[in-house]
Ligand binder design. Sequence first.
Ligand code: SF4
Length: 307
Amino acid sequence: MDAARLAQRVNLLGPWLRRVMGGPTLKISLDPGLGCPHRPGGVGPGGCIYCPPGGSGHGRGGSVAQQLSQGLARLQSRSPRGPTPRALAYFQAYTATNAPAQVLEPMFLQVARHPAVAGIIVATRPDCLPPPTWDLLAEMARRRPLWLELGLQSAHDATLERINRGHDVANFDRAVGQAHKRGLRVVAHVILGLPGEDKGHTNATARHLARQGIWGVKLHNLMVLAGAPLAKKQRAGGLSLWSREDYATAAAAFLARLPRRMLVHRLAADPGPDRLLAPDWAADKDAVLGAIAQALEIDNLRQGDLA
Ligand code: SF4
């Protein structure tokens, strides 16, 4: 495939959001305070080896209603003269479905009914979705555009065991099947450069996701974050991290294996300077996107085109 055709295959979230939401959008991160079923006591140390003490999100404290109204106020203050961006309510921190559906329902539906919320994102583990929760998600999706973010990280069971994910690939596939049965959109989280993996593994993960027919994908490179189990491994000298160029070429190869319709939601993470221990290059998101653009031979891959 030549470079121009490859560039045409990258279907970024930004233009989709502008088209479907009718204008600029911004996410409001919501922490439902439910912790993670894969960590002792929900928030204790352990879990996936790359996961820092605060989980994978940026919890803000307070009730979901308070977090939402504070987030909406921030959106308004960011554009005092222009139109306020559309709000995407993002249930992000830890595992957003880690409670019975009757506990989730009032919290989720108040957000789905809020007139200022244009869309909803729910991030969770594929093994934390009992049938009543699926029904609740389907109910929310009838009210607002919604997508479900599911952690997969790798389509190789040996890797999932190595990184202590606590579920296997079949579990993810079953969750995707359940989502599709209800017409729900799924976005898979994938990490490139996991211990024991090379580009052959990451290409195979891309092919697996393509076969699953999922809606979108979020990528980032393996990072060592303060307090994560991986930090200990790195201190002991037992970890080899990819260079930026390795990541960029692997990401480009990954994208080339996805069908054109699959939306790319993220290609580089925002680890935050106080949390990132390694690799140093991951702190410069623009440079990471530039390296991927170069690998794809695209000039205009911008952060604004991603989520
Ligand atoms: S990455 Fe997600 S599933 Fe894994 S320990 Fe952290 S919060 Fe739990």
